[in-house]
Ligand binder design. Sequence first.
Ligand code: GDP
Length: 163
Amino acid sequence: MDDEMLDSGTGKTNLLSRFSRNEFSFETKSTVGVEFATRSVKVKDGINIKAQIWDTAGQERFRAITAAGATGAFLVYEISKRQSFLNLDTWLKEIKDSADANILITLIGNKSDLKEKREVTTEEALAYAEKNNLSFMETSALDGENVNLAFQQILQQIYSILS
Ligand code: GDP
């Protein structure tokens, strides 16, 4: 399947840059290869962990990351593009096929700032998340809404499972 058709543009690169550097870019540039960032995150009083977060384009590279032992993943669609929501099944299958069975997955409805262009309701996304046992959050890498919270939440869950 053509990766470009699948998911590019949902905002993964900007979610990562917002979280790791508090930066946002209006430009579209496809992720070349694999990028990663680290950020230290407080998971509970007195305990900081260093999170390593990967951003990838392309199924082969994605497989390399999940096979290397990723413990959590964001599954990202954009609330203003129905097709990106319809593509979730394909990506969920991809994660399930290549990652550890216990991987924690958060469904992210990004671009929550584009409310007037919304094509996916919060309710149907929540239903999809519940059906597939995912956490769910709507975020905006542009205005920052829920970005820290989404990362913080999955990192705390990972920490409590691993500790
Ligand atoms: P990726 O291909 O999934 O990594 O997506 P990018 O992070 O490169 O973003 C694709 C396009 O969407 C860029 O033009 C970004 O500026 C824009 N974008 C990313 N996140 C948001 C967001 O939360 N709100 C809005 N309005 N645009 C966003």
